[in-house]
Design a protein around this ligand. Sequence first.
Ligand SMILES: [Zn+2]
Length: 79
Amino acid sequence: MSTYDRSSIPDLSEIGGYWDPNPPGHHGGAYVAPGRLVARIPGRQWPHTPEQCTAGATDSEWVLDGRVLLCTGCGIDGT
Ligand SMILES: [Zn+2]
């Protein structure tokens, strides 16, 4: 059983964003490790919630100079 270590994930204040404190129940039906949250970034609107997300594994985008990987469907942390 591996634990997801949030301490290695930078906060988003550098780009004016934050991590949504509400933990997603699942990601398009897939298991979400405890601690994975959705990024809220000014000017970005995710088309889906994690629960409704249909994005594939490759639908992701690096932000914060490549330190945080986000799903482009819902903004969930995929780092
Ligand atoms: Zn997603």
